[in-house]
Write a protein that binds this ligand. Structure first.
Ligand code: TXA
Ligand code: MG
Length: 316
């Protein structure tokens, strides 16, 4: 299959209207989308990404009026969060409307909805005229793509079109919040911080699966965000200074040792924005070990540390 590259949202939307699958930028990471009501097109997303079929997709909307076509009910907590954070890096899980195909939600009776705040994305979604179901546009198990080139690297020849946009402003995925019950439960930390959520709904909980429990967000159990290299987490005082052949470093401080590749971020936000692209760069250069600086778990730091822990192979 030929993958068309375009920077025109209208051209990309045309592929969606014809049952195609299209990668598009958002403020978090690039997504790989199809018309949510087209079960055949959605099946192609799972194939292209080699995604396990038990991992549900997020419905991306271009206008709030599309919410009612996707969900059975907007719960009171969802109403508050929509008002505060849509459009933005937040996905709300709600009871799904019957017409949303089960393949999109991996047989769950709920659907995740999100309204990106990127201008190009919104033009694209509005032009599609339908909610667009999309996971991140990487091969399953790889770091999420934060450039159209990263999408191309993973999916060229496997998808119909790539809408070429800018480097995403945030660089890690949206926060996923289960709003089906009385209190919202954060299933995945992300672009909207826990502190921001608690400011609007103080009793917001953070989900942590017990060993014997089926995870509520199926994606949590899958291998994620991993470069080929071994990822080792270090605090700023523990960064090794010798024996650094084939090693790379990313963090907030400048290390002393002679790493093959060093990326120093200006802030936790900058660190988050650069992480996934750095992982890919390390793989291209054949780096064997990536040292990542541990940062404080506040604001974006919580989501960043979650990604780093998973990349380092830790399950919890
Ligand atoms: O920022 C993002 O969320 C990006 C951009 C493209 O929007 N998308 C993204 O999609 O990261 P994906 O598929 O890589 O991750 C979606 C996460 C998975 O962990 C999935 O299990 C969870 O959201 N999720 C989706 N629908 C769900 C549902 N109905 N119930 C529970 N978790 C759900
Ligand atoms: Mg993903």
């Amino acid at each position: 299959m030929k993958t068309v590259l375009t920077s025109t949202p209208f051209e990309a939307a045309d592929f969606i209207k014809k049952g195609g699958i299209v990668a598009f930028p958002t403020e978090t990471v690039y997504g790989l989308g199809a018309d949510i009501f087209d079960a055949r097109a959605i099946a192609r997303i799972f194939t292209a990404k080699k995604r396990p079929s038990d991992n549900p997709l997020i419905a991306h909307i271009g206008s709030l009026s599309q919410v009612s076509s996707l969900v059975k009910e907007v719960t009171p907590s969802a109403e508050i969060l929509i008002k505060e954070f849509f459009p933005g890096p937040l996905t709300l899980v709600l009871p799904k409307a019957p017409k949303v195909p089960m393949i999109a939600t991996a047989n769950l009776e709920t659907v995740g909805i999100r309204m990106p705040r990127n201008k190009l994305t919104n033009e694209f979604l509005r032009e599609c005229g339908t909610p667009v179901a999309a996971p991140s546009a990487n091969l399953s198990g790889k770091p999420s793509p934060t450039s159209w080139q990263a999408v191309f690297e993973d999916l060229n020849g496997r998808i119909d079109c790539i809408l070429q946009g800018e480097i995403p402003e945030i660089g890690i995925e949206s926060t996923v919040v289960d709003c089906t019950g009385d209190t919202p439960i954060v299933l995945r930390t992300g672009g909207v911080s826990v502190e921001q959520l608690k400011e609007v709904i103080p009793d917001t909980e953070i989900y942590s699966p017990r060993d014997d429990e089926k995870p509520r967000s199926p994606g949590i159990k899958h291998k994620h965000y991993s470069p080929e290299a071994t990822v080792i987490l270090v605090s700023s005082g523990e960064i090794p200074a010798t024996g650094l052949d084939g090693c790379a470093f990313i963090g907030l401080v400048q290390p002393f040792g002679a790493f093959d590749l060093v990326e120093v971020a200006r802030s936790p936000e900058d660190y988050a924005r650069r992480l996934f692209d750095f992982f890919r760069k390390c793989d291209r250069l054949g780096i064997r070990t990536i040292y990542c600086e541990i940062i404080e778990r506040t604001g974006i730091g919580t989501a960043l540390m979650d990604r780093l822990r998973k990349a380092s192979g830790s399950q919890n």
